[in-house]
Every structure is written in C-alpha cells, then in structure tokens.
Design a protein around this ligand. Structure first.
Ligand code: MRU
Length: 350
C-alpha cells in the first residue's frame, strides 16, 4: 500500500533545538522556526504556533528534554527538582488539552529511577522521541478504525484541525481521510472554518488540499444548511480532554455540531488517543475551559471588526455531553454510546 502523506511534520527534534512548523503562518507561508529555550517552547504553545492536543504534548516533552540538557547540576535530586519546576512552567502554557500534562508527567516519571544526571538527560531525550513515535502509530490506528465507519463517497463534516499537523502524523479526526486517499476510497470532507482562530480554513483546508483529499470549506454558520443541502453522512471531530463518562472537550463549536448531528439523525464521532482521556475527572463539568484574548474575536487579520470597548466572551473549547456522541474512536478500538463509563474504565483498568 502506498504511503502518500507528504505533509511537513509539525515538530522535529534536533538535539540542540526543536524545529516547529509555525501554524500561525499557514496557509500563506510554510515557515519553520527554531525553539532553543524553555520560554520559546512556552510561547509557541500559548501563541498557537503549535496547537492540537497531541502536538502540544510532543512539543512540551521535547521542550523539557531540551531544557534538561543544559542543567548544570551534579546531584540527581537537584536535577529532579529543576525538572519539576520546568514541568510546572510548561504546564501553565494552556489549560484544556490534557495531552500537555500527560506528556509532561510521563517525562518526569521516566527519570524516577535515574541514578545519575547523565542517565537522566539521555532518558528524557529518548522518552520524548518515544512519545512522538508512538503518537504516529496511534494516529494511524485511529485512522484505520475511523475509516471502517465510513463508506465510499460519504460526505463528512469536521471542525478545527485534528489533523497531521496537530499530532505526530496522520491526525485523529483527519486520519481516516489521509488513509482513504492512500487507498483510493472517495470521501468528501466539509471543513468548518472555526472562528475565531480559523483552524478549519487556515489549517484543515490547507492540510487536506495538500494531501489531495476532496475538501470543501464552509463558514461555521453554514453547518445546518450544508448538512441538509449536501446530505452530510457523519460528523467527526478530535478531542482535547475526555472524562471518565465520555464527555468531551474540543474546539468551540463542536457542541453545536453534535446537537445538529442529533437533529439530523447522523452519527457524531470523536476520534482521540488514550492520552486524551482524563479519568481523574468524572464529567465534562470539571474540565477547565481556556478563555483566550478578546482580540481574537474583535480583530480579523489585525483589523478591528467590532466596536472599541465591546464586552467579549472567548472560550476556546466547549464540552459535548457523552449522550450526543455516537462513538469514540481510539487506538484500542471503538467505544459506543451507552457504555462509555464501563468501556473507558476497562481501557484504563483492564
Ligand atoms: O486551540 P487548538 O487549535 O489547539 O484546538 C485544537 C482542537 O480542538 C483539536 O480538535 C484537538 O486538540 C485534537 S487535535 C488532534
């Protein structure tokens, strides 16, 4: 089977720096930047140069590995204390995607048994690379399961960018479209532009077009009409955090699409790796929802589009209640509505 995915990687490890595809510059320019310090990494996450739950986690893991290479300490305890401090700093970059905390905590845990500073430095680099390599395999597997839910010529609606550039490769919600392309299965994708930051129009439209996937861009308020007029067969989205009962936080606008899918009686799928589950939370009400700067709403391309001094509410995510989700597609298989609490518990406790 041919592997035709030629998209650039969002994050790359280069021993003394991290190369990042600057997603704020897409689609007009494909610019790669070099992250050399912990604050470069923090800034790239906060300012959405890298975004998408798994890609944020991978970047933070490399950030921690990078910072640790420069610790000038001799005792392993001092090393661990520094690492914990840097972990906490990177953890403050964005609050909703649990993959950030998952990756950082996995990095910290990886050196729990290290007995020397050199050993700890090497282990951290290896662990970050492993997180990235595993994510690629995980996303491909999610793509396989997701593709099994679609038929040739299906029309599928998505929001935001849960694609290759939001992960190590392939993406989650967009993985089935990349795999379908490899296999000459025809799927038609409708990408919702995703105001206010436009991940749908800037990133998903760009990514799928680059891959030769049949993609049509709509604005967010066209969703209901498009489902009716174009005969959309399903909605598929990514996730930033899934709680123990299957409630799912994802990009603002996702909840609305889930309600529409229910009204039109079409399936609403969430595609996400196990690293996006947070079973320490019982329901979506406990998920911290990031609120971003009002400029994202009052300005477009640096140009003011709302009156000075207007009050703004700018939540970056919403929570879709589990009852609206037809299935959650993970690398371990597909979980179905009605049994989420049980099947999620089984994923974690066997
Ligand atoms: O604010 P963003 O662009 O980081 O939001 C991203 C999303 O909501 C994605 O759907 C989610 O992180 C999954 S990415 C595979």
């Amino acid at each position: 089977m041919s592997n035709t995915l030629t998209l650039p990687r969002s994050v790359e490890w280069n021993e003394t720096y991290i190369t990042l595809l600057d997603q704020q510059k897409l689609p007009l320019e494909t610019v790669f930047i070099e992250l050399k310090t912990l604050s470069d990494v923090w800034d790239s996450i906060t300012s959405l140069k890298v975004r998408g739950a798994p890609a944020i986690g991978i970047t933070a893991a490399f950030g921690l590995a990078l910072a640790a290479q420069n610790y000038e300490v001799t005792s392993i305890q001092e090393f661990k204390d520094r690492l914990q401090k840097d972990r906490d700093y990177l953890a403050s970059s964005r609050p909703t995607a649990v993959n950030l905390f998952w990756a950082l905590d996995r990095m910290v845990r990886s050196i729990s048994k290290a007995i020397s500073v050199n050993e700890a430095k090497t282990t951290l680099t290896h662990e970050a690379i492993r997180i990235q390599v595993e994510d690629e395999a995980v996303c491909r597997q999610i793509g396989e399961y997701a593709l099994s839910l679609f038929k040739n010529k299906d029309k599928v609606l998505t929001i935001c960018n849960a694609g290759s550039i939001a992960t190590a490769r392939y993406g989650t919600a967009l993985a089935p479209f990349h795999l379908a392309k490899e296999r000459n299965i025809e799927l038609q994708v409708f990408a919702s532009e995703t105001r206010p930051v436009l991940q749908g129009s800037r990133l998903t439209a760009w990514e799928l077009k680059q891959s030769g996937v049949d993609v049509t861009l709509i604005t967010d308020n066209m969703a209901a009409h498009t489902i009716a007029a174009k005969g959309i067969n399903a909605v598929i989205v990514g996730a930033d955090r899934i709680t123990a009962n299957g409630d799912t936080a994802n990009k603002i606008g996702t909840y609305g699409l889930a309600l529409l899918a229910k009204a039109f009686n079409i399936p609403f799928y969430v595609a996400a790796p196990i690293s996006t589950f947070d079973v320490s939370l019982q329901s979506g009400r406990e998920i911290p929802i990031e609120e971003r700067h009002e400029d994202e709403v009052t300005h477009l391309n640096g140009q003011r589009i709302a009156p000075e001094g207007i009050k703004v509410f700018n939540p970056a995510f919403d929570v879709t209640p589990n009852e609206l989700i037809t299935a959650i597609i993970t690398e371990q298989g597909i979980l179905y509505n009605g049994t989420y609490t049980k099947s999620i518990e089984k994923l974690f406790n066997g």
